[in-house]
Design a protein around this ligand. Structure first.
Ligand code: F0G
Length: 451
């Protein structure tokens, strides 16, 4: 089958995750029961994505990596048979995806597992996993004729949205919590030209305001309730499995904030199993910060019956979210894959981030919850020493250099409730050293470092 014929066949529909009714393509919630929507592909049932078998798709997706076509060079659009159909000229791509998998031998040892890998989504064009979903949702917005897009954000969605809007000739509006996101993320949305508003509230407050705004104005919402974003984020798991030769790892560990990424990765592995790409599901576990743990509480305290929203507080500002929109989707993923949830302390996050950094990889604090969580899961016996584990690192180390600097200077926890406990981090701290500009001084330092 020719490629153009293949592309026309992944027709999609929006379906409610609660009552199963279908919805119009630019909606976010079901008109009947207000639950979230997800994208389904009715044609797959008898013909497979793009009318192709899993064997043919695996080869096609790999071959596209050597193509000069911008859509093929994107690590999202090279998987276009499993995405909603977007006309080629409408695709906005900054060559997202195609992110590396790194082995982490030292972290493996300290966590107590033989094989540990990081899928580094921070290696995307704007430095976070958000780009993989944004390319799809922003392209859909342009195709649907919207002139404005908007999001509430803890900083990475806004950076990503601003970039894709600029590349696609769309205007963008960003609502962020005043003083609660990292400077680098704020600087990105300014640089890419978004109208950036700092609201005197938290992320959950920004979401509430924005939900009203988009109902009154012709502005397309690019928060992660947007089902097209979830579809794009799905490709990171297809790519991961491709990088593993389609042999699933035993565990995938994901940070949890608004809970869309875990939902997307779960949807991907579910689809891969249904389509015959893999024969078993990796267990997908979600790790939250103790101070922003609504999913952990929801599962532990009421068995997942009803969301327990919390007032969130953590220095891992990306996941400072108390009322996660996609909690039901994430819950389904955890249950269906046999994964679990865990929470980690501020000190555990800081220690884990420094360990990932010391492997020459680095990530932002929110991503480091994965390693901190893994350590707990190994101690509990949920992850076995000979299991293979993938940590999803969601953001680049330069996303929050202020955190890193404060950590190494030893003042990250100054005047906080964690000050006393932070002594355990001393061995990992590397102070910047100021020296006289003399050869002797440098040599002396080197000699003392060798001892
Ligand atoms: N890691 C990073 C670096 C993030 O920026 C986020 C979310 C998450 C993890 C959590 O992912 O929400 O899908 O569970 N950041 C959003 C933002 C909320 O606005 O940038 P999730």
């Amino acid at each position: 089958m020719s490629e153009s014929a293949a592309q026309t066949e992944s027709a999609s529909e929006l379906r409610c995750i609660g009552c199963g009714q279908t919805a119009l393509p630019d909606r976010f919630r079901c008109e009947h029961c207000r639950d979230l929507l997800e994208i389904i592909y009715p044609g797959w049932e008898d013909r497979g994505p793009g009318g192709l078998s899993s064997v043919a798709l695996k080869r096609l997706w790999r071959d596209r990596r050597s193509s000069l076509d911008p859509a093929d060079q994107s690590g999202v659009w090279r998987f276009r048979e499993i995405l909603p159909e977007i006309a080629r000229p409408q695709i906005i791509t900054i060559r997202e995806g195609n992110t590396p998998v790194y082995e982490l031998p030292h972290c493996a040892k300290s966590a107590g597992v033989d094989r540990l890998y990081a899928k580094h989504q921070g290696m995307n064009p704007t430095g976070s996993f958000k780009d993989t979903g944004m390319t799809v949702a922003a392209s859909f917005a342009r195709q649907a004729g919207y002139k404005w897009v908007a999001c509430a954000s803890t900083g990475n969605t806004s950076a990503s949205m601003a970039a894709y809007a600029a590349r696609g000739g769309l205007h963008s509006l960003v609502l962020i919590p005043d003083g609660k996101i990292s400077w680098s993320k704020l600087s990105q949305s300014l640089d890419y030209g978004a109208i950036t508003c700092q609201l005197k509230t938290d992320f959950d407050g920004c979401v509430r305001v924005l939900n009203e705004v988009v109902q009154r104005m012709p502005v397309y919402l690019l928060n992660s309730v947007n089902p097209y974003r979830v579809e794009g984020q799905k490709t990171s798991a297809f790519e991961l499995l491709e990088q593993f030769g389609w042999e699933p790892p035993d565990h995938i560990i994901v940070p949890g904030g608004n809970l869309a990424n875990s939902s997307a990765i779960g949807k991907a592995v579910r689809e891969m199993k249904q389509l015959g790409f893999i024969s078993r599901l990796p267990k997908i576990s979600v790790i939250q910060a103790e101070g922003a743990n609504p999913l952990v509480r929801t599962i532990r305290e009421n068995g997942g019956e009803q969301l327990i929203a919390v007032h969130a507080d953590t220095m891992a500002t990306a996941i400072r979210i108390g009322n996660p929109a996609s909690w039901k989707k994430a819950l389904r993923v955890i249950r269906e894959s046999g994964g679990t949830v865990e929470q980690v302390s501020e000190i555990e996050i800081a220690a884990a981030k420094a360990e990932i950094g010391a492997e020459g990889v680095g990530c932002e604090p929110a991503s480091a919850v994965t390693l901190a969580g893994l350590k707990k899961l190994v101690m509990q016996g949920f992850v076995k020493p000979n299991d293979s584990v993938v940590l999803v690192l969601t953001g680049h180390v330069l996303k929050d250099s202020e955190y890193t600097l404060k950590f190494h200077r030893g003042d990250l926890f100054a005047e906080t409730a964690f000050e006393k406990q932070s002594d355990v981090l001393k061995a990992q701290q590397r102070l910047p050293i100021t020296l006289e500009p003399s050869v002797e001084a440098v040599i002396e330092l080197l000699q003392s470092a060798e001892k």
